[in-house]
Design a protein around this ligand. Structure first.
Ligand code: NAD
Ligand code: UGA
Length: 319
């Protein structure tokens, strides 16, 4: 199939690109990395895909290109581009989140409406649509009450998908990703920051008391759900995509200490506004409908991410 991935140089987009190329698809990847603060990370993300003969790399701002032309031959569009991250979405950043997550999604949907061959749009939604979380399982029909501006924009994107499906039949599936980790994780995310700090013996920024929990999802499990969604025959639905196990941040830090083989220098910082206390995914719907079966344990997944962090920054480690 001919597939377009928006946000292809990102953490998740780069893994998805490689998986789809490996299964024989043609992939066009679009992203803007020119002025990105983590440009070297994004260039590293793309290293594999860009060498592949069936990968077309298109560096561009999706808000200023002709999306009708981009989707003209597309059988499937994965819409992953956006600004991710809960904690940075307050204050004057909100307008950037609105542009990247809401306006861009609406532009993508307008073009999907006209795309002649489109069989599926897969929209990257987020556990942050649920809100604070008291530790109970969230299922797809749990109330959606975001507690961060970011969560609000991801929910708006999901609801725009519904609007365009209802009125114009845009064939979408939305996936609510729960805190994804693994090699290439974004530099602003927890595991990346913790492991980098451990590698360099720098202060490790811990928000709150560390007892917050997350349903950590290994990136190859998440990719598996995305690939299954692309051929899912029903349109206009949403699925949770969580991982094998939940853990507290304190548990994660103990595991990093073991991987690094040295004590961590923890810097205690205040709890951050918009950070849910606990997330926990009920994935029974995805198991049943998509055959989703998360397989990578936290122990295995964290070891793989540690190896990546050591490689990415290894040459900078002071003797
Ligand atoms: P990422 O930042 O690594 O990837 C997103 C990419 O989108 C970036 O490379 C960025 O340059 C690109 N992008 C943004 N605006 C663009 C524009 N106007 N034109 C072209 N490219 C643009 O983030 P990620 O962690 O891979 O997340 C991917 C998607 O999944 C996001 O939509 C995010 O909200 C969602 N999500 C991620 C997680 C997670 O734990 N990582 C969890 C829930 C949802
Ligand atoms: C992640 C992604 O970053 C969001 O894009 C996504 O939408 C969200 O998951 C989701 O599930 O929907 P988050 O859970 O905040 O958000 O992921 P991390 O940045 O890995 O944070 C995990 C935990 O570590 C949080 O409790 C956070 O407070 C903590 N943390 C993070 C720290 O204590 N210090 C840090 O420097 C970073």
């Amino acid at each position: 199939m001919k597939i377009v991935i928006t946000g292809a140089a990102g953490f998740i987009g780069s893994h998805l690109s490689e998986a789809l190329l490996a299964s024989g698809h043609d992939v066009t990847g679009v992203d803007q990395i020119g002025a990105h603060p983590a440009k070297f990370v994004k260039e590293d993300n793309l290293k594999e895909a860009i060498r592949h003969p069936r990968f077309v790399w298109m560096p561009a701002d999706l808000l200023s290109i002709d999306l009708d032309a981009l989707f003209a031959d597309a059988d499937v569009v994965f819409h992953l581009a956006g600004i991710a991250g809960v904690r940075g979405s307050w204050g004057s950043s909100f307008k950037d989140y609105l542009h990247a997550n809401v306006l861009l999604t609406q532009n993508v949907l307008e073009a999907c409406k006209r795309a002649p061959r489109l069989k599926k749009l897969v929209y990257a939604s987020s556990s942050s649509v649920y809100g604070g979380g008291g530790g109970a399982y969230s299922s797809e029909d749990s109330p959606t009450r975001p507690i961060s501006p970011y969560g609000l924009t991801k929910l708006a994107g999901e609801q725009l998908c519904h609007v365009y499906h209802h009125e114009f039949g845009v064939p979408y599936t939305a996936l609510r990703f729960f805190t994804v980790y693994g090699p290439r994780q974004r530099p602003d995310m927890g595991f990346h920051r913790f492991m980098k700090a451990a590698l360099f013996d720098e202060p490790l920024p811990l928000y709150g008391n560390g007892e917050q929990t997350r349903d950590f999802t290994y990136v190859s499990d998440l990719v598996q759900a995305n690939v299954a969604a692309m051929t899912y025959g029903v349109h206009g639905t949403v699925f949770n995509v969580g991982g094998v196990e939940t853990a507290t941040v304190n548990d994660v830090l103990r595991r990093i200490e073991t991987l690094a083989g040295k004590p961590l220098r923890i810097e205690r910082l205040p709890e951050q506004p918009g950070d849910p206390f606990a997330t926990r995914a009920d994935v029974s719907l995805a198991r049943r409908e998509l055959g989703y079966a998360p397989a990578v344990s936290l122990e295995e997944g964290m070891a793989r991410q540690w190896a990546y962090i050591v490689r990415l920054y290894g040459s900078e480690v002071k003797p």
